[in-house]
Ligand binder design. Structure first.
Ligand code: C2E
Ligand code: CA
Ligand code: CA
Ligand code: CA
Length: 274
């Protein structure tokens, strides 16, 4: 047993070392990617159930690596966050999303994911103002998506920042709602424009007993607080029907469209007559 224990330990040590090396490789590659402009934004539509049209697109980052092909954000965003590189990559995303959204019809907004690291560091408000100014995009057409984790650490500075962004007209959505920090107190202290109900609830909607009640509670709560709701990860007609009956404001998922490159957005809007 002792032998096996040592062997197991050595094995873990090796894989930890390998993981550290892999991380360093990703970090180096990320620095090059920033310099060489290897990032691209794809866009996924959010369908407004009341107005029966596309209300916005969420910008989702893609990394076109010269040898490893397209890398998923779930593989590189955590490294970018740990190293602080997310601040520069995120600033690029804000500029690029505003610039591209400027060419869309006026009623179509763009939603950009903002990391908790970006919110913690000074300069986010300036970056957003610059992105709006240089693109000419109206602030009302920009929505930022933040996660509940921003409320774990020192909420006061975050609250001030979010209030100042909202004062200039930028919309704020709370992403992956229901999966993070479980206190609901921040819903009273901050007027979000939208709650995005996490995909895990939608996946289980017609499977797990109680899921319908949970999603209904979220849509009712949002409604009572004057917030919109978006259901994430809608893949099936049956889910859509349930969400519609619950009065969910908008839906997003593979049932409607997968994230697409910017040139496809124009085609999709033209095809829908928007
Ligand atoms: P998220 O913000 O929750 O984005 C939604 C994710 O769900 C996207 O994955 C999207 O492609 C995927 N998705 C949408 N509809 C469906 C569906 O019907 N079924 C399934 N299975 N998946 C669906 P993606 O593009 O791989 O992004 C993953 C995560 O990476 C995002 O989750 C977000 O947390 C992060 N991310 C992406 N772009 C950015 C960015 O520009 N900045 C930051 N900070 N994070 C980003
Ligand atoms: Ca998001
Ligand atoms: Ca989400
Ligand atoms: Ca998510």
């Amino acid at each position: 047993a002792k032998e096996a224990g040592r062997g197991t330990y050595a094995f873990f040590e090796e894989t930890l070392n390998e993981r550290a090396q892999a991380r360093r490789r990703v970090e180096n590659d990320l620095r090059i990617a920033i310099e060489q402009g290897q990032f691209e934004l794809h866009y996924q539509p959010l369908f407004d159930l009341d107005k029966h049209r596309i209300g916005s697109f969420e910008a989702l980052m893609r990394w076109n690596h010269p040898t490893r092909g397209q890398i998923s954000p779930t593989d590189f965003i955590p490294v970018a966050e740990d190293t602080g590189l997310i601040v520069r990559i995120g600033a690029w995303a804000l500029h690029e999303a505003c610039r591209q959204a400027k060419s869309w019809p006026e009623h179509v907004r763009v939603a950009v994911n903002v990391s908790p690291i970006q919110l913690q560091r000074p300069g986010l408000a300036e970056t957003i103002l610059q992105a709006l100014a240089s693109s000419g995009l109206e602030p009302q057409r920009l929505e930022i998506e933040i996660t509940e984790s921003v409320f774990l650490a020192g909420t006061e500075a975050t609250m001030k920042l979010l209030h100042s962004l909202r004062a200039i007209g930028v919309r704020i959505a709370l992403d992956d709602f229901g999966t993070g920090y479980s206190s609901l107190s921040y819903l009273q202290s901050f007027p979000f424009d939208k709650l995005k109900i996490d995909r895990s609830f939608i996946q289980n909607l017609l499977v797990r007993p109680g899921a319908v009640a949970v999603v209904r509670a979220i849509t009712d709560l949002a409604g009572a607080l004057g917030m919109e709701t978006t259901a994430e990860g809608v893949e099936e007609d049956s889910q859509l029907a349930e969400l519609r009956s619950q009065g969910c404001s908008s839906v997003q998922g593979f049932l409607f469209a997968r994230p697409m490159p910017a040139r496809k957005v124009a085609e999709l809007l033209a095809q829908k007559g928007e």
